[in-house]
Write a protein that binds this ligand. Structure first.
Ligand code: DGY
Length: 318
């Protein structure tokens, strides 16, 4: 039987590519590390494909699916799959897989790092030192906010939220969380209503998946509930926060700071964010350790290999 035809939308590690090569006829491969194909190129690329290996930054909408009449399987190298029209896939019988678990610890580490960088003003003070502005030590220089004994509110208590709560215990933080379901995991954290979490937390960390239900979960009304001294950390998805409402809240000093790894319309985030020294901006890298990005790619590849061999998919979402 002829090998299945595979399209890969982004440059992947050579060893992951090598694992796929014996089982697939790779008919199109985007060699760019960070530039997605435009919609027309993507639709052309998938027109003969049986399988698709995509990234979090590729929009796999109904038009792409309609342009791929042979498509049977989509493996995304990410845990989030809001960029894929899963309903359209299901209607066509196309299987979809993601990459849960392998990025949990790395993403939790990053959430903590972003919270610490924001609280202790690390990027701002680094810019100052690098610019040669440091002329002497002062008691009130870059005074930040303590994490220890502060209250952390986690919105979204899945695997990553629980891993963040475990880290917070080591910092003697009080941890509140809000989630549709109470966590069954052994974490020292208290479920509260979302408004209570927003009112009481010194740090609000967003870890929810993006969906219609979580679109603009944090907008003007929610930001207004937060303490003026509180900080917002978003490692979830851009659309979970209403960026314009956040910019207004920061401008009016209604919250103290924000650490943002994800943005609406990324990578073209609103340049208004650049005016704030109390905002730490990173380019959607929460899962980006070398090993974890490799594990994400390999899990996507292993799902494709399972499909090619007629074996059960390792991590199906549909
Ligand atoms: C994911 O896996 O969903 C991340 O956002 C990309 O690393």
């Amino acid at each position: 039987m002829a090998p299945l035809k595979l399209v890969i939308t982004r440059r992947i590690y050579p060893e992951v590519l090598a694992s796929l090569a014996p089982a697939f006829d790779i008919i199109a491969e985007n060699q760019a590390a960070d530039q997605p194909w435009d919609a027309a190129t993507l639709q052309r690329a998938v027109s003969e494909a049986d399988c698709l290996f995509c990234s979090v930054a590729d929009r796999i909408d109904a038009a792409v699916i309609a342009a791929a009449p042979r498509l049977k399987m989509i493996a995304t190298g990410a845990v989030g799959f809001n960029n894929i029209d899963v309903a359209a896939c299901q209607a066509r019988g196309i299987r979809v897989t993601n990459t849960p678990d392998v990025l949990t610890q790395t993403t939790a580490d990053f959430g903590f790092a972003l919270m610490m960088a924001t609280a202790r003003r690390i990027p701002e003070s680094e810019r100052y030192a690098r610019a040669g502005q440091w002329t002497g030590w002062a008691f009130d220089q870059f005074t930040g906010r303590d994490l220890h004994h502060a209250t952390l509110g986690i919105i979204g208590m899945g695997r990553i939220g629980c891993a963040i709560a475990r880290r917070a215990a080591g910092f003697d933080m009080r941890v509140l969380y809000h989630n549709r379901n109470r966590s069954q995991e052994a974490v020292q954290a208290t479920w509260v209503e979302r408004d209570q979490l927003l009112r009481e937390s010194d740090f609000v960390m967003l870890v929810v998946p993006y969906s219609q239900a979580t679109h603009h979960l944090i907008g003007a009304a929610e930001l207004a509930l937060m303490k003026p001294s509180a900080m917002l950390i978003n490692i979830a998805r851009g659309g979970v926060v209403d960026d314009q409402a956040l910019i207004t809240a920061l401008r009016e000093r209604r919250i103290a700071a924000a650490g943002l790894d994800v943005f609406e319309n990324e990578p073209k985030f609103d340049p208004a964010f650049l005016q704030f020294d109390n905002v730490v901006l990173t380019p959607h890298i929460a899962s980006s350790s070398k090993a974890t990005r490799g594990a994400m790619m390999q899990l996507a590849a292993d799902n494709l290999l399972a499909h090619a061999s007629g074996l059960p998919l390792k991590t199906p979402v549909a």
